[in-house]
Design a protein around this ligand. Structure first.
Ligand code: 13P
Length: 257
């Protein structure tokens, strides 16, 4: 059984006071239930890097993992503006989102760079959340499968099967991100099934069936249950709806209420 993972990607939102308030509000609802609810699921929150110390403090004693939205692959040195895996680890970070479509499309990150980051994360025992997703033009051009396969295989690069088993994949169709237009559960299931098929070929059945594949793109309190009812959808990577305690907590409670 794959434990579901519900992950918040706050993107470039909130200040320190708002971040603390949001974590407190989420904890007020989730902490009393953590024994039962979090038995079969995990929760992760990825704030902007500068808010990581404040969020780490607010998460003390909670069953909620701390994530980063990005990092650089080098160990240290003259890389102005960048943050290393070791720096993240020093603040209790356990997960790092890599290859998000905003990193790919706004900041020009390519598969080669993303693979270096995935390898660096694993070297430091951080869980990489490797994002893949097609644009609307690629979908309309019938290229979805080719794009997803390429991004997945290039992102994994030369990793061996044991390393692949430590990666979380997030399918985030670019056309669904921040648009209010989520992939339908059937559409998402089709792509998740295809991604898992590629993982079977790449790393074998056992590993492929243990890897979580999250869906991201306009996930809301209203649509989460139907998405999570699909067999190959193992959780959600949530942007906008993670900025409000009520909607994020409802998403975390998917299929239980
Ligand atoms: P939205 O949930 O705001 O569509 O963002 C999805 C996303 O990009 C999460 O990483």
């Amino acid at each position: 059984m794959r434990r579901k993972l519900f992950a918040a990607n706050w993107k470039m939102n909130l200040g320190p006071a708002q971040a603390r308030e949001l974590i407190r509000a989420v904890r007020a609802q989730l902490d009393p239930q953590s024994g039962s609810l979090l038995k079969d699921r995990e929760v992760m929150i990825a704030p902007p890097a500068i808010l990581i110390p404040a969020v780490q403090q607010e998460l003390a004693g909670a069953s909620i993992a701390l994530g980063a939205q990005n990092m650089y692959f080098e160990e240290q040195g003259a890389f102005t503006g960048e943050i290393s895996a070791a720096m993240l680890k020093a603040y209790g970070v356990t997960h790092v989102i890599l290859g998000h479509s905003e990193r790919r499309h706004i900041f020009g990150e390519d598969d080669v760079l993303i693979n270096k980051k995935v390898k660096a994360a694993l070297r430091h025992e951080l869980t990489p959340v490797l994002c893949v997703g097609e644009t609307l033009a690629q979908r309309d051009g019938g290229e979805t499968t080719r794009i997803l396969t390429t991004q997945l295989l290039a992102g994994l690069g030369e990793l061996d099967a044991a390393q692949v088993s430590k990666v979380v994949i997030a399918y985030e169709p670019v056309w669904a991100i921040g648009t209010g237009k989520n992939a339908t559960p059937d559409q998402a299931q089709r792509e998740h099934g295809a991604l898992r098929g590629t993982l079977v070929e790449r790393a074998g059945r056992d590993v492929a069936h243990s890897v979580r594949i999250l869906y991201g793109g306009s996930v809301t309190a209203e649509n989460v249950d139907s998405l999570m009812s699909k067999p190959d959808i193992d959780g959600a990577l949530v942007g906008g709806a993670s900025l409000k305690a009520d909607s994020f907590v409802r998403i975390v409670r998917a299929l239980t209420v």
